[in-house]
Design a protein around this ligand. Structure first.
Ligand SMILES: N[C@@H](CCC[C@H](N)C(=O)O)C(=O)O
Length: 258
């Protein structure tokens, strides 16, 4: 039996298991992610994040979905930044490596993390909505009824249709209210609705600029409030994109592995 210490974080209700692998002694894998993220037989979370040293950056964040697939996680990145501070790897600002490349971030007051996202160079109108890759692939579907929509059923059906079947897609249902948007997301890799998705609300905010909303855009999710700020270069190009919101430690523990 091996004893594995873990840390549980949440960022607007998107919850993650964080592991400190700076000593390089954790053999992380698809199987470990599946085991730990399982809500019945494991710790339970929307993803596993492993923090490790990197020669060129303050740290590297390796993210796994509960099914073991990998991508960028916006909310998870904000948790990783606060965790890196706890581990003494950074003070209040950092550049770290994630799945889609390097990211800058800073910790504001009360644990709020401001994360710089990669520039976006393409926005595609598709049959089911607007497609934007914000480090993870997202479809944005504008609706008039975010409260009553069946996110699991509708999201799963779009995620599994022929266009997206191979790689999958995250599906965001977005309702505009002034300069605020309400966002509910079906997440690929979790294969369910999560309380919030960072790359999803970012895609939703950028798509909303096409409806006249101005940066910064306030976001309401089931798990809490976020803000997305950006510079719009053209209808399909955005830079200086920031995702801002809370990321908090919830509990720590030790799990035994065979
Ligand atoms: N919850 C995340 C997104 C995680 C990745 C996504 N499920 C995918 O595989 O595309 C976020 O906060 O961005």
């Amino acid at each position: 039996m091996t004893q594995l210490p873990f840390f549980k974080y949440q960022a607007t209700g998107n919850d993650f298991i964080l592991l400190d692998n700076t000593s390089n002694d954790i053999n992380h894998s698809v199987d470990l992610a599946k085991k730990l993220c399982d809500r019945k037989f494991g710790i339970g979370s929307d993803g596993l994040i492993v923090i490790q040293n990197h020669p060129d950056y303050d740290f590297e964040m390796v993210f796994y979905n509960p099914d073991g697939s990998q991508s960028l996680c916006g909310n998870g990145s904000r948790c990783a930044v606060n965790f890196a501070k706890k581990l003494g790897l950074i003070s209040s600002s950092t550049t770290f490596l994630a799945h889609d490349g390097p990211h800058e971030a800073s910790i504001l007051e009360d644990g709020i993390v401001k994360l710089k996202m990669s520039d976006v160079h393409s926005v595609r109108e598709m049959d089911d909505g607007i497609f934007i890759d914000t480090g993870s692939p997202h479809l944005v579907d504008f609706v008039f009824n975010h409260k009553t929509i069946n996110v699991f059923k509708e999201g799963k059906s779009i995620r599994n249709n022929n266009t997206f079947k191979e790689k999958g897609v995250n599906v965001n249902f977005v309702e505009v209210e002034g300069n605020t948007i309400h966002v509910r997301t079906y997440e690929r890799g979790v294969e369910d609705e999560t309380l919030s998705c960072g790359t999803g609300v970012t895609a939703a905010a950028l798509a909303s600029s096409g409806k006249g909303l101005k940066s910064p855009i306030a976001i309401k999710t089931k798990g809490g409030e976020l803000e997305v700020a950006f510079q719009k270069v053209s209808e399909t190009e955005f830079k200086n994109i920031y995702l801002i919101g809370p990321a908090l430690e919830v509990f720590t523990g030790v799990i035994e592995l065979n």
